[in-house]
Structures are given as C-alpha cells and as structure tokens.
Design a binder for this molecule. Structure first.
Ligand code: ADP
Ligand code: MG
Length: 573
C-alpha cells in the first residue's frame, strides 16, 4: 500500500509538473468562476510565488474549507457531454494537488452571501477559514512550490524558462478568451495586458505585439460540422519555433500533432525548413465529437474522426493564404537577421510579450516532421559548384562551408515557385508560353477526369496545357508547359487533372497542386547527370527564389555543413 502522502505526491505530479501548471489550473478556476478580469503575478519563475486574483463568483467560508479536499468540486453536477465546454475543472484535484506541493492561501469574497473568508494550507494541513473583508472574487497565493521536495524542485528549469512558461499559459488563455481582461506581472514588472474587450485581433495584439499582429490574416471557415476561426501570419512573419502556433478546440488549448501538421501543411513550399507559421486558431465542433479526458492536463484531445479536423484546418489556412502570392514573400538573404533567430521579421519590429516565450511545449500524438536547419539562400548565386555525386547530389562550396543539394528537390522548388507565380498572375512575365507538340498526344486519363475537364480547363490553360476531350476516358494534348518531360506525360496529366478535381483547399489548393505536379515532372531527375551551366543557372535561380529551400512537398533540398560543423567534426576545435 502506498502511504497517503506518496499517493498524493504522485497524483499531484500528474497535474502539477511545474509552476506553469499551477498558473494554468488557477486561471482555469478563475474562468470557471465567471471572472471578467484575472491578474496573475509570479516571482522567481513561479517557484517563490504565484498569485492569481479574479473578480469571479467567489467562495463562501465553507466552500473554501472544502476546495482543498481531494475530489471536492462544485462542478461535478454538471458533468455530462457538454460539461467541458462550459468549465475546465471537474476532477476537484487541482487545488488539493497544489496544496500538497506548496504553501497555499486563498481569500475569497462570496457574492451570494456577501461574506469573505481566508484560508491557509501549510504542510497539507488545511486551517479553519477565518472571516475577512475582501474585494469580490478570489485570490489564491502559492508559495515555495516543491519547497519540501528538493528533488522535484531541482527538476525545474531556469527561472527565465519557468517564467516564460507561466507567461505563456496566461497569454494563451488571453487568446482563447478575448472577452476576459488579463494582466501579468513578472517579478513586479507588467509583462502582459489584454484589455478583454472581446476581439481576437485585439487579444492577439496584446500578446503578439502590435507589429506582428497587424500582419495577421483572418481565418474564417466552416464545413462538415467543423468551423475554424482565428488569425494566421503570412510566411514572412514565420518563427524559428512552433511557439507562435496556438491551436484551440472549442476554446481549449490543445497540443495536437495532427492539427499542427495541418497548419504547417498549408504553408508547404512557402516556408523554409525550420521556420514555423504564426497562427492562432480556434476549431469549433459539436463537443460530443471530441474526448478531452485523454490527458490529465488536457493537452490532448481525441477526435471521433481526426482526418475531418485535419482537413478542416488545412482548408481554412489555405483559404486565408490564398491572396498571398509568391511575389509578396520575403527574399531570404545572407544578412537577414530574421532567419534562424527567434524574433522573426525585421529588427524594427517591437516584439510583444510573445517574443519572450521562446519555449514550446512538446506536441502529443503521432510522429511528427523532423526540422532541419534553414539556410539563407540569397548568396547561392555566388556559391562555387564542385561537382555532382551519384547523379543525385550537387556538391557546392559556400562562403563558409559546404552545401549538398538534392538536385531534383532544389530544381523542383525553383520551377514550382515560378509556375505558381504565373498561375496566380503575379509573375512579371505573365501567362505561360505553351510548348506545342509536333504531334498531339492521346492520353488515357479515365472517364471521370474527362467529364470534369471543362471545369479544369482555364487553370490548365494558364499553366500551358492545351487539352481536349477525345472519346471515352481519353484526352488529346496538343501543348504542354515548357520543360515538361514528354515521357512522363500520362502521369503528369493524371496528376494535374486529379489536382484540379478534388478541391479541398479551394483555388489556391488547385494552383499549388498543379504547380507542384508540373515542377516535379519538369525538374531534373534524381539520378540524371547535369552539366555545370545548368547548375550555375539553378544556383542563381535559387538565390532569387523566395520562401527558402524546401521542395513543394515540404522535403528539405539542402544540407549545409558549416565551417564550425566541419571543424568540430574533424576535431580541430
Ligand atoms: P475543479 O476545478 O476540478 O472543480 P479545483 O481543485 O481546481 O477543482 O477547485 C475546487 C473547487 O474550488 C472548484 O470546484 C470551485 O468550486 C472552487 N474554486 C476554485 N477556485 C475558485 C475561484 N477562483 N473562484 C471560485 N471558486 C473556486
Ligand atoms: Mg480547477
């Protein structure tokens, strides 16, 4: 049998991992109590003091006495399918867990009985509540967290990292509840103030900073019983970590790998590897479709049909990104500070509190993509080509190291960007000059594709194709985009026709897929010999290609061995 205090410590560890977990539970309680204004203070990363004050309903003296008992909750009566949308808590575990790991006091003014009381919990001993006068609402103070368990305390990270995690919890709460005013004081200094006037844009401004939030685009999408609303950033405000990707399900912050992948998928080909979009999205659905009780701290939810949510998020982001042609994308260049730095964007931007939130919580769910370092490509034109290896990789000397390029992926990226620019009408050269075939080719594509050919035609024509239905399941092709490999024409046509048919992401999605297919079937193959002139052109094109070096499928196309890396690998440093 476990001793009660051991069992308690284990249970506490489940909910309270670090100061930020305390902040999260207390803020959620305040929201549950109907607060309109929540003030959070912490000192020494929250290890010394966490203080959360709200103007919510408050607790009577009797309720205060009960609140710290395990499984005492006022919210049990509302547990049904819908309970979790209206309240965060329902286990009655948080305050008990916090009190078993720290010294806690709570002062509350109960609106119903117009009486106030204060209670202290020291060494898990709950004292008798004493009557006090207090402003309406509740103040909970948590001191010396894990003070009695040095092993747990030693597990905490630096004060700065813990403070950042605490701040982050409140920042995310402010984004999920723009109707509530939030204020955070870190070691006495005001670090965040969200006015609580109701708009997400305004909440985002107070959290992300003025400059960055001004660039955000509204996302508004509904379909299949799922709606997605919020803000996403254009590629040029991307960050070096996932810290600015905030996803909520019915207003509840989740860290769901699949949904993050859906957002990032929408930016495919727009962001270099190692850069992550800025997005604040709330995904709303019928609460019966999600199970929130998967994870004790409720970071993960389970969907009845995850793919539908994935698709909804991706479509929503596609829709919002639609207006942003490659012409508006930033040109990566050697000297640009934004690349690889956490701040992102130009140095003139005044960062919001978010900029301090370097830390990101680990994602939960299936395996995720592996990030590789990104490298500014502006200098690529001056790189020196050394040779080709295995007919697959280009070996290049850069100003400070050695680069290996996947020849197909790199070329694909250049072509993709160019083709997409033409399809979106933002390229300077206008429409694609078609390459006429000496003899039209008859290609079997299936009756479905032929039936829908008419609808796909304008886009395909703009891409350089000239197609006509030719009997059952066959099209006649008399022109193709220049550079396409004729030996791959059947696959190319099948792909572009499929890409224009099913249209989960709207016009932008079609353009992306058509451009990606043409690029793939035009780019030099993985396995073909190349000549130095072609490589020189590729490198100079790469320097002019915005959006960094991922192929349209999101794979990295460049491996950079920096001088530092090489010296250390050869044990010279
Ligand atoms: P839960 O939130 O799961 O019910 P907690 O341990 O977090 O459990 O809180 C226990 C109870 O204390 C809550 O059910 C609620 O009645 C009361 N409580 C906690 N914090 C507040 C607050 N800020 N304002 C009003 N009541 C509160
Ligand atoms: Mg609670």
């Amino acid at each position: 049998m476990l001793k009660p205090e051991v069992a308690e410590a284990i249970a506490a560890g489940e909910v309270i991992e670090r100061p930020a977990s305390v902040v999260k539970e207390l803020v959620e309680n305040s929201l549950d109590a109907g607060a309109h204004r929540i003030t959070v203070e912490f000192q020494a990363g929250g290890a010394e003091l966490i203080r959360v004050a709200d103007d919510g309903d408050g607790m009577s003296a009797a309720e205060l006495g009960l609140a710290f008992q395990r499984h005492a909750t006022s919210k049990l009566s509302v547990i049904d399918d819908l309970a979790w949308i209206s309240t965060f808590g329902f286990r009655g575990e948080a305050l008990a867990s916090i009190a078993s790991a720290a010294q806690v006091s709570a002062t509350s003014w109960d609106r119903r009985s117009s009486s106030g009381a204060r209670i202290e919990v020291t060494d898990r001993e709950v004292a008798v509540p004493v009557p006090v006068a207090a402003p309406p609402g509740t103040v909970v103070e948590v001191r010396n967290l894990f003070g009695k368990t040095p092993a747990r305390r030693a597990f905490l990270r630096s004060t700065r990292a813990e403070a950042s995690a605490c701040l982050r919890v409140v920042a995310e709460a402010a984004l999920s509840r723009p109707d509530v005013a939030f204020e955070v004081r870190v070691d006495g200094r005001r670090s965040l103030g969200a006015p609580g006037r109701g708009g997400l844009q305004e909440a985002a401004r107070s959290v992300l900073g003025k400059a960055e939030s001004a660039d955000l685009h509204a996302v508004e999408w509904t379909g299949g019983g799922v709606s997605v609303a919020g803000l996403i950033g254009p590629p040029e405000v991307a960050r070096a970590s996932r810290s600015s990707l905030v996803l909520m399900v019915n207003g509840r912050r989740v860290h769901q790998r699949a949904l993050v992948a859906a957002v990032e998928g929408a930016y495919r080909g727009l962001l270099p590897v190692g850069r992550y979009p800025v997005a604040v999205l709330d995904i709303r659905c019928d609460p019966s479709e999600v199970d929130v009780n998967v994870h004790p701290t409720k970071r993960e939810v389970r969907f009845g049909d995850e793919s539908r949510f994935f698709e909804a998020v991706q479509r929503a982001c596609w829709g919002a990104l639609q207006g942003l042609g490659p012409g508006q994308l930033p040109l990566p260049s050697g000297g640009r500070a934004g690349i690889g730095s956490a701040a992102g964007g130009g140095s003139a931007r005044a960062p919001g509190p978010w900029a301090e939130l370097a830390e990101e919580l680990p994602l939960v769910g299936g395996p995720g993509p592996v990030a590789a370092p990104s490298e500014p490509l502006g200098a690529a034109a001056s790189w020196r080509y050394l040779g080709q290896a295995h007919n697959r990789y280009l070996v290049v000397e850069t100003s400070t190291g050695i680069a290996l390029l996947d020849q197909h992926a790199a070329h694909e990226k250049v072509l993709y960007t160019r083709i997409l620019g033409r399809l979106r009408g933002s390229a300077p050269s206008g429409a694609t000059p078609a390459q006429r075939l000496l003899q039209p080719a008859l290609v079997e594509v299936g009756p479905q594709a032929v039936a829908e050919l008419a609808a796909a035609e304008p886009l395909l024509e703009r891409a350089g194709f000239e197609l006509a239905a030719f009997g059952e399941g066959t099209v006649r092709c008399s022109a193709v985009p220049p550079g396409s490999r004729l030996s791959e024409l059947p696959q190319l046509l099948a792909e572009v026709l499929a890409g224009t048919q099913e249209v989960p992401e709207g016009e932008a999605g079609k353009q992306h897929r058509v451009a990606a297919s043409i690029a793939c079937h035009s780019a030099v193959r993985f396995g073909d010999p190349v000549n130095p002139e072609e490589v020189a052109r590729l490198l100079s094109d790469l320097a002019d290609t915005p959006g960094g070096i991922t192929c349209p499928h999101g794979r990295p196309a460049l491996l950079l061995l920096s001088e530092t890396h090489l010296l250390s690998a050869f044990a010279r440093r």
